[in-house]
Design a protein around this ligand. Structure first.
Ligand SMILES: C[S@@+](CC[C@H](N)C(=O)[O-])C[C@H]1O[C@@H](n2cnc3c(N)ncnc32)[C@H](O)[C@@H]1O
Length: 439
């Protein structure tokens, strides 16, 4: 356990009990579903507009109870041939998955169409897709649970879709078993720490090489009594947790939390980024290795080195990243595993405010970018203005990816086939990767 952190303001108590909006009374309607929306929900015409009907498929006739925006399926009167039984017992109640009621082919077709629509809006009409690389069931090594103590009982799970209520998910099919098992410990921690005015918590759980890394959000260490600190310490001493942070502040650490990336054991920083499944991490590494030139490479938004480390075994790599913890982790590997690396250098830099300029880019043969959801607008402008010829762009947001691709296209880059990596099984989220080259 750590000592009391100094000079931190406590906002915890005031914002814990969320406001519940007054619900308008629901109406009933019979609807014909027209199409699937961007999140995989059915969309149906109603009263001159459209409403969203989760769990309904195009061509289906459904009886729903609804408000102005959303309908809940009460009965499927005519089912689509694309409808299948969900494989998870929590499906429908739990908001974690959205597409289990569709045949896999229908999901693939819907996904491709939604991506084509996004790209078409950015001016791309002839996108080619490589076969999707899908992570297996029970492979998600990172999850954010919601937890709440209500009437003396603690629930730990995911929120219902667009709602506040938590669904317990003991049989979730997407989470790694060790992440799923963490729910019990989280329930004990929340039972210990919850108060009437602070009933609700969230817990980000990440499965590392030497245990679970948990960030519990709900109460800061300063607000805990001595008995609560001791109780928490006892729970953790007996667990497979390697680190617990409370609202991002270190509370407990058994040993240095480690993640293995490309065969290197990397000290994993609190709050660090990790691809959601090991299989997706390896798929992205393979993609980058296959498409990267043999000369010096620049890994922008490098995180802890998922992409930089496999490349740096055989070519010089410079990683750039904003988060100090990730930069330190990568610098640690560069220093302590020098003999296994051709060359690895690291730089802390905010690429939105201070993107690498064309003269800095000129040292490299290939640029790899893997930005957060907002994309890499400022950096892409510099790449477009440079003489660079080879870019590998990985993204978790098709909209910002297409926006940035349009800038590269206008600067003479040609986009290759798009590789999809489905590491968020049964959700609307998808990872994309593509190469951009110009002569
Ligand atoms: C999607 S993650 C990719 C990390 C890494 N490539 C991986 O696969 O593990 C995006 C990374 O960008 C970093 N980042 C976010 N905003 C940034 C900025 N303005 N400048 C530099 N890095 C940033 C985040 O800290 C995070 O590590």
């Amino acid at each position: 356990m750590t000592g009391k952190p100094k000079n931190r303001k406590s906002h915890s108590l005031r914002r814990r009990v969320p406001k519940r909006r007054a619900q308008a009374p629901l109406r009933e309607a019979l609807l014909m579903i027209d199409r699937l929306g961007s999140k995989g929900d059915g969309v149906a015409p109603l009263d001159g507009g459209e409403i969203i009907v989760p769990g309904a498929l195009p061509g289906e006739e459904v009886r729903v109870s609804h408000n102005a925006q959303r309908g809940r399926v009460e009965e499927v009167l005519r089912a689509s041939p694309e409808r299948v039984d969900a494989i998870c017992v929590h499906y429908g109640a739990c908001g974690g998955c959205q597409t289990q009621h569709m045949r896999a082919e229908a999901v693939a077709a819907w996904r491709q169409q939604s991506l084509e629509d996004v790209f078409a809006r950015a001016g791309f009409t002839d996108i080619r897709f490589l076969p999707v690389l899908t992570s297996p069931l029970a492979s998600r090594r990172r999850a954010r649970f919601s937890a709440e103590r209500v009437k003396g009982k603690v629930m730990v799970g995911f929120n219902q879709r667009s709602r506040h209520e938590i669904v317990d998910i003991p049989d979730c099919v997407v989470l790694h078993k060790d992440v799923l098992a963490a729910r019990e410990l989280i329930a004990s921690m929340v039972d210990l720490l919850a108060r009437p005015e602070v009933p609700r918590f969230s817990a980000l759980v990440t499965l590392l090489e030497n245990g679970l890394d948990i960030d519990l959000v709900g109460r800061e260490e300063d607000s805990l009594s001595l008995a609560q600190r001791e109780g928490l310490g006892a729970l953790l001493a007996d667990s497979n947790v390697v680190r617990l942070t409370l609202e991002g502040q270190l509370f407990f650490q058994k040993e240095v939390p480690l993640i293995s990336l490309a065969g290197f054991l990397v000290p994993f920083p609190a709050g660090g980024f990790l691809q959601a499944s090991r299989e997706a991490e390896m798929a992205l590494q393979d993609y980058v290795l296959e498409n990267c030139g043999g000369g010096p490479a620049l890994d922008l938004y490098a995180g802890c080195g998922t992409l930089a480390l496999p490349l740096a075994k055989t070519r010089a790599v410079h990683g750039v990243e904003i988060a100090g913890g990730a930069v330190d982790a990568l610098a640690f590997v560069a220093k302590h595993h020098r003999s296994r690396l051709k060359q690895l250098t690291v730089q802390a830099r905010n690429l939105e405010q201070e993107p690498l300029r064309p003269e800095e880019l000129a040292k490299y043969e290939t640029i790899i970018l893997d930005p957060p959801r907002g994309g890499a607008a400022a950096q892409i402008r510099e790449i477009a203005a440079s003489a660079m010829r080879h870019v590998i762009y990985i993204s978790c947001n098709p909209k910002t990816f297409a926006r940035d691709a349009k800038v590269l296209h206008a600067a003479g880059f040609v986009m290759g086939a798009v590789q999809l990596v489905d590491q968020f099984r049964f959700s609307a989220h998808i990872e994309l990767a593509a190469c951009f080259n110009r002569g």
